[in-house]
Design a protein around this ligand. Structure first.
Ligand SMILES: [Zn+2]
Length: 430
């Protein structure tokens, strides 16, 4: 969700202070703008490079793809990393599906650092001292996690080019206002700089990609990870209430547990619209809950410096002290593991079993080519004679990315008589 500058941020500061009894020290003189401390933070290029290298090192558990979309001369790409460990015990269909997005707002760099560390824990390259590794690995065998480490790469690049307050995408649209639930409604204090919802719902390529990802993957848990304050939100953002029904109680229970176990009960917990002090329209989490029907849909605000000047954006949204940086990243990495565990146990105990067809897994995005003739023939019209078996394997790998038995079956099945005939005819014509 993020915090809207500058009036709304001041409101939040006052709000938090009232709640906690804390009285911050105001900044009377002009404080310097804090630049990005690159000794603590990765650049976007370095972070994505490290994430990709991690995936390459662990082909047994991690896969990735880059999804591209664009319109009106504007292009965006989103890297999606999938964690899924093959085991004999658990088939893919019965796994809990988790979708996480980090860095939807450009200036919230700390969120993508959490993504990187979480990935390194999933890859077993890093151990968290506080995590029970045995039960963790057993839990992870029951999960498929899709992670978007940096949803708004174009906006992030603007921040790295010294536009430190930028939260919108590369053409000035707030990606957390571009979604289809209650889109475009403007509050009295609407700030077009911060909250530009775009020309229509899903006008932005990044939002289109994320919607397609969510609809094909059908997650049981969704988390949209932001910074600007410390809060654990459930829907709704566009109205001052939580959803009806048992899922709402379940979300509230899980968040209060996470808050207690990892944040000393200091985070605000409740609906975004009820707690932030203003309503937000067209947000991702409201859409995930209402339209995609994700049972557990959250927005996390993982860090905020309420004492920072409202002009000092980097400091307001990101820790600048090494200790605080490490604490934030560590706490949130473990908090995500707790979220997975509680989500899994609670949904299982409430008999909310995964039900989606396995084939709904991956066929999303412009990169997945379902036109078989394009797989059979190269762009120059020549038959992919030698590449064909590989192309077929690749095609079915995308549809069934994790089951070798199904892949083998589909591969044998897919070389049917019709295809062989087409191949032979092409060779004869050739
Ligand atoms: Zn944000």
């Amino acid at each position: 969700m993020g915090v809207v500058l500058p009036l709304r941020f001041l409101f939040v500061v006052v709000f938090v202070e009232v709640l906690t009894g804390f009285h911050g020290v105001g900044c009377s003189s002009q404080p310097p703008m804090t630049p990005i401390p690159f000794d603590l933070y990765h650049s976007s290029a370095a972070l994505l490079k490290e994430i990709k290298a991690t995936v390459v090192r662990h082909p047994d558990t991690l896969t990735m793809e880059t999804i591209k979309a664009g319109n009106k001369g504007y292009a965006a790409e989103v890297l999606v990393v999938t964690y899924n460990r093959q085991t004999e015990d658990v088939d893919d269909q019965s796994k809990l599906r988790v979708l996480l997005s980090f860095g939807q707002h450009g200036r919230e760099l700390i969120t993508s650092e959490v993504a990187l560390q979480l990935l390194s824990v999933l890859a077993k390259e890093r151990n968290m001292q506080r995590a029970d590794l045995m039960s963790l690995h057993k839990l992870l065998d029951n999960l498929v996690i899709k992670m978007v480490p940096m949803e708004n790469l174009n906006g992030r690049k603007l921040v790295e080019a010294a536009d430190l307050c930028e939260r919108r995408n590369g053409r000035g649209v707030d990606l957390n206002r571009n979604w289809g639930v209650d889109w475009g409604k403007k509050e009295k204090d609407y700030d077009p700089y911060e909250e530009n919802p775009g020309t229509a719902p899903f006008s932005e390529p990044e939002a289109q990609i994320m919607r397609q990802l969510a609809k094909s993957f059908e997650p049981h848990i969704w988390a949209n990870v932001h910074s600007g304050m410390e809060a654990l939100f459930t829907p709704y953002d566009h109205k001052n209430k939580t959803p009806e029904g048992s899922m709402s109680n379940l979300m509230d229970f899980i968040l209060r547990e996470v808050n207690h176990l990892h944040f000393e009960d200091k985070c605000l917990v409740g609906s975004g619209g009820g707690l932030v002090g203003y309503l937000a329209h067209g947000t991702t989490t409201d859409y995930m809950y209402d339209v995609v029907k994700v049972p557990l849909a959250f927005t996390f605000e993982i860090y905020g410096d309420s004492e920072a000047s409202s002009k000092d954006c980097f400091k307001m949204f990101n820790p600048v002290d090494k200790l605080v940086f490490n604490k934030t990243v560590d706490n949130w990495t473990v908090a995500f593991l707790t979220l997975f565990k509680l989500g899994f146990l609670q949904l299982r105990d409430n008999h909310f079993a995964p039900s989606a067809d396995l084939r709904k897994w991956v066929p999303f995005g412009g990169l997945v080519d379902n036109d078989f003739s394009k797989i059979l023939f190269r762009e120059d019209g020549k038959l992919r004679f030698y590449e064909l078996p590989l192309a077929l394997i690749r095609k079915h790998n995308r549809i069934f990315p994790h089951s070798q038995k199904i892949n083998l079956f589909m591969f044998i099945w897919s070389i049917n008589y019709k295809e062989i005939l087409v191949i032979l005819l092409k060779i004869i014509e050739g």
